[in-house]
Each structure stands twice: as structure tokens, then as C-alpha cells.
Design a protein. Structure first.
Length: 435
């Protein structure tokens, strides 16, 4: 039994991974362009467009973090750029994609395919889409609330809004306080971690890579500050939070260093400082607020890591009631139930009983002291017995009735028996209340 749970057996990195996972989201920003092919004498090209469902998709995926319990999400501007572009620019990008497919299929040069498709193809419509995929599996529409142009055009930050309440969140830190070589962790959904060999639900599990801050004084060509880090990252990590040792966001991953011989070189990545991100959260009219879900979840984790599985279970079940689709909560509820038999006893659950017992013991001692003091003052002076007079035998002492049995079987009635009796009484009262 301990007064306060200890989770010193769990590393800080493991704690940060569990704290942050529920609030790190995958973001899809894309536009769908519809096509019409106007050459009935060319069934081969028409068949290719038919396989594409006469559509092209322009855009990509990235990462982001929920920063308010009502659903504000921070990410990179370039992650949702395809849903922010002008229709003409989107159509041109989609047409370029379509021409490349035709050129590759027929093994002709790009310009020839371009002229041919330009003659017989026109777009029929454009649909702009932003989807935010939560770790628990929910797929929600995202609405852009503030937007900075992509890197080297702007500060590469976007703030989105999704519908929700009691959502898990991450705290925004202060990038003015960062130090070179400080420990950081990058969280997100790198494309390199996607594989056909993994189960479909693996796409909902974020990755976290450790590293350090490599440089804090660099800027883009436009003069926007960036932080250089050496944690591994790749496509799909864009917009993902860079976390410090306190679990605070100190930046958003934005771009990588140049390739060498056409190959990505890990350890040279850059992030937008969180104080730049705050400029856009202010524009969006939101504040960085945590939720009761965060509070209960963290309390539950601390109890769980300390071995107080019964108490942790209560916290995790409360999280599930507040936010049923929490990504981690079912796992921890199951684990807590399985380990219930090994659960430690938390001091706070029984402190009232101990206070009652201590008070009872103190009162008993006080009464004994008073009885002893008064008894000494009022004790009659003994009168010598008459020589030769017969004396009555002393009366046997009166044994008070024992109202508390020897519950722990140690052969004596003591405080432990009182504790057990009070616990038994508490259980009976709880059972009575439940009925």
C-alpha cells in the first residue's frame, strides 16, 4: 500500500508515446477531377479512362495533432494544399497526371500525349476534400480555419476544424525556450511505415521516432524560422507534432533536407516552430485547451503503471464513457481487468477507515488516562482488617463482552481486527446501497 502511485519503472519515452498517440491524426487533403473523353473512335484511351472511373485524384496525406477538446487540428499548409488551390490549377495538375498515364501506357513522349488529350478531353467538375482520420478509426470532414501557403511561399501552417467533443489533445509549448541538442520525438504517419504486409488497422497506428534538435537559428528563403532536427521522418510525417520531454508540441515537421544521388538522407529534417503555429491558431479563433478525457486518461496510466489496476480501471472506464472511440482505452481496460488480481491497494481508498481507527484509538487512550487519573484520586484509604476476623474472598473480575471478533485469527483483539470489521461493514453498506 502506497500513498502515491509510482511509475518510475516506465521510461519517459514510453510515457510520451502513450500520452500523445490518441491526439495524433492522419490527414488526407485532395481534389477529385472528373473527365469526359470525346473521341469515340479511340476505344483504347476510353478504356483507360473507364478504369480510372473518368477521375483523377490530386493531393496526398500527412499528419497533424488535435489541440482543443472541441476539434481544432494543426498541420502543414502543404498537406491540405490540393483542397485550397484554384480550380484551374487543380485541373492542370490533374491533367498532367492523366497525360503521364497515357504517355506511359502507349510508350509515346509526353508532348505528343499532351496534345492528343488536350484535343479530346475536358474536365467535368472538381470536388475538394479534406478528411481527418482519428486513431480510433473515425473519419471526419475537415474545414480549413486558417491557412499559410506551403514552405517557400508562406509559413506552411494550417488549422483545421472537425466536429467533436471531449477529444484527446496535445499541449502547445514555447519554441523560444528550446535548446540545441534538446531531446525531441516526432510523431505521425510516415509513408515508409505503410506496407501491404500490414493489417488495414495498422494504418491507424502512429509512429514515434526519437532525436535531438540540431539547429535552432535557421530560416527559409522567405525568412520564416525553422528548427532542424535529426529524428527520422519521411513522406506522410508532414504536419506531425515534434514533442519535447514534457509532452508539449514545439514544432510541426515541414520538409526534409535535399536528396543525395537521388536518395533521401535521414537525420536532416525541419519543423515549423510552435510559436509560428500559434499565429495561425489565433487567426482561427481557437485556444489550446485540454479535456477531461486527457485528465482521466493520464491519471489512469499513472495508476496502471504503478500497479493499481483496479483504480486504473475506474479511470479508463470513465474515459470510455466520455469518449467511446478513444484509440487506446479498450486495450487498457482489458489489461486492467486481466491484472485485477494483482492490483495494489491505494491509500486513498482506505484513508477514511484509518482515520476512524486512529480516532477511536486516540479516544480510547484518552478515556483510559482519565479513568486512571480519577481512579487514583478517589481510591479509598485501606483500613487494616481486624485481627482474626474472617475475610471474604475477592470477587472475580468482570470480563466485558467482546463485540469485535478475532477476525484475523492471530489470537488477540487489536487494531487490525477493527480495520477488518470496518471494511466488512463498508462492504455490507455498499451492498445495501446497491440493492
Amino acid at each position: 500500500m502506497s500513498i502515491k502511485p509510482s511509475s518510475s519503472n516506465i521510461s519517459q519515452a514510453q510515457k510520451l508515446a502513450e500520452y500523445t498517440k490518441p491526439a495524433v491524426v492522419r490527414i488526407l487533403g485532395y481534389s477529385v477531377v472528373g473527365w469526359q473523353f470525346n473521341n469515340p473512335n479511340d476505344p483504347e484511351v476510353d478504356a483507360i479512362l473507364s478504369q480510372l472511373n473518368y477521375q483523377s485524384v490530386v493531393g496526398g496525406s500527412g499528419s497533424g495533432a488535435i489541440i482543443s477538446s472541441d476539434g481544432y487540428v494543426v498541420t502543414n499548409a502543404h498537406v491540405v494544399e490540393a483542397a485550397q488551390m484554384e480550380d484551374e490549377d487543380i485541373a492542370n495538375a490533374a491533367f498532367d497526371q492523366l497525360v503521364t498515364i497515357i504517355a506511359d501506357y502507349f510508350q509515346v513522349d509526353y508532348d505528343t500525349a499532351y496534345e492528343y488529350m488536350l484535343t479530346y478531353t475536358q474536365y467535368t467538375g472538381i470536388q475538394k476534400v479534406i478528411k481527418v482520420i482519428l486513431p480510433g478509426g473515425d473519419i471526419l470532414d475537415g474545414e480549413v480555419k486558417s491557412y499559410g501557403a506551403p514552405v517557400n511561399e508562406g509559413k506552411d501552417v494550417a488549422v483545421l476544424k472537425i466536429e467533436g467533443k471531449n477529444l484527446p489533445t496535445l499541449k502547445l509549448g514555447n519554441s523560444d525556450n528550446i535548446q540545441n541538442q534538446g531531446n525531441i520525438w516526432v510523431s505521425g504517419y510516415p509513408a515508409a511505415a505503410d506496407s501491404d504486409l500490414l493489417s488495414p488497422d495498422s494504418s491507424l497506428v502512429s509512429s514515434m521516432n526519437a532525436g535531438q534538435i540540431s539547429a535552432i537559428d535557421k530560416k527559409t528563403e522567405q525568412g520564416s524560422p525553422v528548427i532542424q532536427i535529426n529524428a527520422a521522418a519521411t513522406h506522410g510525417n508532414s504536419g506531425g507534432p515534434v514533442i519535447n520531454e514534457k509532452g508539449e508540441i514545439i514544432g510541426l515537421l515541414t520538409f526534409r533536407g535535399d536528396t543525395v544521388n537521388g536518395q533521401e538522407v535521414q537525420g536532416f529534417n525541419f519543423s515549423v516552430p510552435v510559436n509560428t503555429v500559434k499565429e495561425f491558431t489565433n487567426q482561427a479563433g481557437t485556444k489550446n485547451t485540454s479535456s477531461n478525457t486527457d485528465k482521466l486518461y493520464i491519471e489512469g496510466l499513472e495508476l496502471y503503471w504503478g500497479g493499481y489496476y483496479d483504480n486504473a480501471l475506474e479511470k479508463f472506464e470513465a474515459v470510455q464513457r466520455l469518449y467511446p472511440n478513444h484509440s487506446e482505452i479498450k486495450k487498457f481496460i482489458t489489461n486492467s481487468e486481466q491484472r485485477s488480481g494483482d492490483s495494489k491497494t491505494l491509500w486513498s481508498d482506505y484513508k477514511t477507515i484509518f482515520y476512524i481507527v486512529d480516532g477511536f484509538a486516540a479516544l480510547l487512550i484518552l478515556l483510559l488516562l482519565i479513568f486512571t487519573f480519577v481512579g487514583k484520586r478517589n481510591r479509598p484509604v485501606p483500613v487494616p482488617a481486624t485481627v482474626g476476623a474472617p475475610q471474604a474472598p475477592p470477587s472475580p473480575p468482570t470480563i466485558p463482552e467482546n463485540t469485535i471478533p478475532n477476525l484475523n485469527g492471530d489470537g488477540k483483539i487489536d487494531v487490525q481486527d477493527i480495520i477488518l470489521a470496518l471494511q466488512e461493514q463498508q462492504k455490507k453498506q455498499q451492498k445495501k446501497d446497491d440493492e
